[in-house]
Design a protein around this ligand. Structure first.
Ligand SMILES: NC(=O)c1ccc[n+]([C@@H]2O[C@H](COP(=O)([O-])OP(=O)(O)OC[C@H]3O[C@@H](n4cnc5c(N)ncnc54)[C@H](O)[C@@H]3O)[C@@H](O)[C@H]2O)c1
Length: 325
């Protein structure tokens, strides 16, 4: 079976994708500096190599030794507010380190590269659902660091056609492994369903709802929540797609269905059976009212079919994982 390098595979999405790859017989080596990831999230038979993307000699030696057939690149810094106070960290870890990794992939002739991008590259879209050809206008260093990485990937493919890629633009990733083996353990995570679960468990006094005067059905922001296991499966399909020699491309990952913040809060209250406190506060700068993916390209090109697109299932899996932590 093909051997795959998964950078950031000790983190939330990378660990779920590693699980999906291993269950289909892929051999996986995770490369992670454990800055936000956890060694326990890398389940055997996947192997963990602890290292930083900036350690290019170490990474190059690993590639020479293992002869990978593909790279899934999850490693990066992901907190939007932090990217505004410390942009250099984001351009260094997301853009520079991705550029170095791509250079090594070309040098070691690793043919398939799958990249974790984000809906943040669209900024504040005027038209939803958002398609892959919608205008790209990221409004924070996190989104810009990811868009620049996308350009490096595309330019490298143009110069080296044997380097093929799939860029996956994730919308709001949520939930946990339905088998309860892993979940989101990222410290300081700001994701709504995780924070709501923490509030239901009494680890926070209350949940802040940022903005209640948006032009939506209940005044709160609408987002497209995708179960992490469905997203992991999209990565496996993307890898199969490239290995079958099909064309490189960019794909949105979401369900094409949005929920308001209040609907999410109610879903977490329902599955946890806890009527926790919320507080309505002002809007945060840079939050679009509605962000929903058009996933038609992914569904048609890769025959991707969501299997966990039920908001209560997503909320329950996240809550059960949070209660284990
Ligand atoms: N979580 C989301 O909703 C979301 C949405 C859109 C895009 N993404 C992207 O998905 C990817 C994974 O996100 P996540 O939620 O799993 O985050 P995470 O923080 O749980 O995982 C990131 C992993 O990368 C590792 N890492 C970071 N910098 C590294 C470096 N320099 N060298 C080696 N390892 C390093 C961390 O230790 C961690 O294990 C990121 O690239 C992120 O930008 C996430």
């Amino acid at each position: 079976m093909p051997k795959i390098l998964v950078t950031g595979g000790a983190g939330y999405i990378g660990s779920h994708t590693t699980l999906a790859l291993c269950s289909r017989g892929y051999e996986v080596v995770v490369y992670d500096n454990l800055s936000t990831g956890r060694a326990e999230a890398v389940l055997p038979p996947a192997r963990l190599e602890v290292g930083d993307l900036a350690e290019t000699h170490k990474l190059s030696a690993l590639m020479a030794r293992e002869q990978f057939d593909g790279i899934l690149h999850f490693a990066g810094s992901i907190v939007v507010p932090e990217s505004m106070t410390n942009p250099v960290k984001y351009y260094t870890n997301n853009t520079n380190n991705t550029t170095n990794l791509i250079g090594l992939a070309v040098k070691h002739k690793i043919p398939s590269f799958i990249f974790s991008s984000t809906a943040a590259v669209y900024g504040m879209p005027e038209i939803v659902p958002v398609t892959e050809t919608s205008p790209l206008d990221p409004i924070n260093p996190y989104g810009r660091s990811k868009l620049m990485s996308e350009w490096v990937i595309q330019d490298t493919h143009a110069a080296h056609p044997d380097f093929s890629y799939v860029i996956l633009r994730y919308f709001n990733v949520a939930g946990a492994d339905p088998g309860g083996r892993i979940g989101q353990s990222t410290p300081k995570a700001t994701h709504l369903i995780k924070v709501a679960s923490q509030t239901a468990l009494g680890r926070r006094d209350h949940l802040k709802i940022f903005g209640t005067d948006y032009p939506t059905k209940d005044g709160t922001c609408i987002r497209d929540y995708i179960h992490v296991t469905d997203l992991a499966n999209a990565h496996v399909l993307a890898l199969n797609h490239l290995q079958a020699g099909r064309p490189s491309g960019i794909f949105n990952c979401g369900y094409g269905q949005g929920y308001t913040v209040r609907e999410i809060v109610n879903a977490v209250k329902k599955v946890s059976k806890v009527d926790f406190a919320t507080q309505d506060v002002d809007r945060r700068p840079g939050d679009p009212a509605t962000l929903i993916a058009d996933p038609a390209k992914l569904m048609q090109t890769m025959q991707w079919q969501p299997e966990h697109d039920d908001i209560e299932e997503i909320a329950l899996s996240a809550y059960l994982w949070e209660s284990k932590l």
